[in-house]
Design a protein around this ligand. Sequence first.
Ligand code: HEM
Ligand code: HEM
Ligand SMILES: Cc1cc2nc3c(=O)[nH]c(=O)nc-3n(C[C@H](O)[C@H](O)[C@H](O)COP(=O)(O)O)c2cc1C
Length: 469
Amino acid sequence: MISYEEVQKHVSADDCWVIIKGRVYDVTNFIALHPGGRQAILSHAGKEVTELFSMLHPSDALENLPPEACLGLVDPNTVPAQENVLTESDLQRRAAREIMPPAQSMMLLRDFEEWAQRVLSETAWAYYRSASDEEHTFMENQDAFRRYFFRPRVLVRDMSTGSTETTFMGIETSMPVFISPAAMAKLGHPLGEVNLTRAAGDWDIVQAISSNASCSVDEIFEASSEDQPLIFQLYLNKDRSQSETLIRKVEKLGARAIMFTVDTSWDSKRTLDSRAKAPTSADASSATVATLPVNRAISGYQDRNLTWDDIAFIRKNTKLPIIVKGIQSLEDVEMCVSHGVEGVVISNHGGRQADYAPAPIDILYEIRALRPELFEKTEIMIDGGIRCGADVVKAIALGAKAVGLGRPFLYANGTHGEEGVRRVMEILHEEITNTMRNIGANTIEQLKPEMVGPAGPWVGANRPPYIKQ
Ligand code: HEM
Ligand code: HEM
Ligand SMILES: Cc1cc2nc3c(=O)[nH]c(=O)nc-3n(C[C@H](O)[C@H](O)[C@H](O)COP(=O)(O)O)c2cc1C
């Protein structure tokens, strides 16, 4: 057995050991390859990192180390007791959790967000809630929905029956809503993404699995029910052969589509996340070992050199339909159509990339007003800022086939786990049904552009071009 004292002799970049689950690992050669970045490991050299490691990594992550990296067992008697000092805010979060109402008492998606801020770890809240720079796009994504109002029609049909079922990308689903791909669900709840998978399975909702999921794709597919539709979100690796292997693997596992994310080929400053990791003046001397904000840490392998030709690369490696996610202009929807992709997600990454990128609902309206034929050429989806059933209905009436939600699912998973995720789906289903039937539709097909348009009187320039004068 290896003593803790011995481990402490290996704490530099050219000789680095760590302790995980009672075993000592020599990770020296792995530091440069670490998908989470060099600093993430270096700042924990010599330490017992089980808790941190398990919180951030899929359970099969250790399999990426060569056999010789595992040096053997650490002598448990030599490992100092964990200094488990709870900070003031840890205590506050603990107290908040004790008085947090059950999932069924949450009435709005925003209720989950409010509680998430109170009970999630600072790291988790900062990573989830973060948006880039001054967060104008983050706020605009939600605010923009308030600029669209309904045009309810009454006495048109029997509202005692109906359904929110629909189909997108050839997948039948209980409502036109999917789980947008989001990294690191384990930051909020130890079971991570599989909570989302199980809830989505019961509700017949599509989950898009992030390339940076904190559960492995095997674990996620294992947690899925038979024929449960899962989509795989892809970040292209600098090493294309790795992407090739990954695409083939997820196709074999049964993914229904590849969602190629194209809005992150360059970094962004996720303000809250960066602040959470930045040294305060009191410990400025530790600046050199400050941990990276989570988004910097996880994106090391992503290629920054992406072009429209990469769609052909993906096409060459899969028979699955391709959805391009991260389109932020009508012009690029046209580019997607000319490259023959089956689906497009108009998205600005939840306001996490270019600040001042437009709200997706505005681009959707622009397409409806100026180029409605595009809706026939590819399936158009949006995500960003959707926080209630009415938001969903507005997008669907304008022509979206489905909409994605990111943060609301992460927040609910963080506060109430799988139960919370189910409750989000239940709330959305109720709100979508109510909104539809109160504006004159009892099926998704009956939602039409004429039922929604700009706020204010529909006269003059404010009159939607798709309404007869
Ligand atoms: C054993 C093989 C390892 C693999 C395959 C691996 C992989 C990854 C990946 C993919 C991420 C991004 C998070 C995600 O996508 O889930 C990550 C983040 C991270 N990893 Fe590792 N990792 C390994 C070992 C380690 C070790 C030994 C440490 C030592 C402490 C470590 C510390 C971290 C930290 C701290 C982050 C997050 C960065 C931050 O929050 O600042 N990892 N790792
Ligand atoms: C792919 C290579 C390896 C990886 C990823 C790895 C990692 C692990 C893991 C995760 C365990 C726990 C297994 C369990 O408890 O079910 C384990 C057990 C162990 N490994 Fe490794 N290891 C590797 C190879 C080696 C090698 C080459 C040695 C010897 C130098 C070694 C020494 C040990 C010892 C002593 C145990 C404890 C056995 C026990 O609890 O019965 N490992 N290793
Ligand atoms: C914490 C977090 C992690 C995310 N990770 C990914 C990711 O790994 N891949 C991806 O394509 N999009 C990712 N996104 C973007 C989401 O897929 C989605 O576009 C965005 O969350 C939608 O905005 P909303 O949170 O307002 O619903 C992430 C978003 C958040 C909030």
